[in-house]
Design a protein around this ligand. Structure first.
Ligand code: FMN
Length: 168
């Protein structure tokens, strides 16, 4: 797949096979994550790999739109260090990193879904407590990842009327 095809065919995958993800794939995904652009190249991100079934099963108790985690073999939390930069820039930088994770996973034949954490107070509190995050770490997004057990059609969402030249 060329890179534009990777972007255009990526979809949120919420059903997974039980197969574990090879370490080499996890490394490639994290390499993509850490090579996202960030403001002033501050790279405030940290990543928590969650592959413990007991921990994964606790997340849907406080994040009701994350029930796919009952099936997913792993998830990655993207979080940012508040001693590096402030919350709004952490959210922006970690979102760029999250998109890289989604695209890298898809290019490796994996399925993934972005699960929003920030700025939902209950989700932020729940994940902070579950994973023992330090006070100075702001959780932004969680990505469920696994080998896909569903197919989704490519949808082209290009809309000419969203484009403006040299002004609105
Ligand atoms: C900030 C953000 C938060 C999201 N949170 C969730 C979520 O909590 N649960 C979920 O199932 N999908 C979540 N999604 C995935 C969106 O629902 C999905 O990207 C959107 O419906 C478009 O579908 P597609 O990814 O298949 O193109 C989130 C996406 C973004 C960008």
């Amino acid at each position: 797949m060329n890179f534009l095809d990777v972007i255009l065919s990526r979809r949120s995958i919420r059903k997974y096979k039980k197969d574990k993800i090879p370490e080499t794939h996890i490394k490639s995904i994290l390499e993509a994550a850490m090579n996202a652009p960030s403001r002033k190249n501050e790279r405030p991100w940290h990543f928590v790999i969650i592959n413990n079934r007991k921990i994964l099963d606790k997340i849907p108790l406080f994040h009701l739109n994350s029930r796919m985690l009952y099936e997913a073999p792993m998830a990655i939390l993207v979080a940012g260090d508040l001693t590096v930069t402030r919350d709004i820039f952490i959210a922006i930088d970690c979102s760029a990193s999250t998109e890289n994770i989604l695209l890298a996973a898809h290019s490796l034949g994996l399925g993934a879904c972005w699960l929003g954490i920030y700025p939902d107070e209950d989700r932020m509190k729940g994940i902070k407590e579950l994973l023992n995050l330090p006070e100075s770490v702001l959780p932004i997004s969680l990505i469920s990842i696994g080998y896909p057990d569903e197919g989704k059609p490519q949808i082209n969402r290009f809309e000419q009327n969203r484009i403006h030249y040299n002004g609105w």
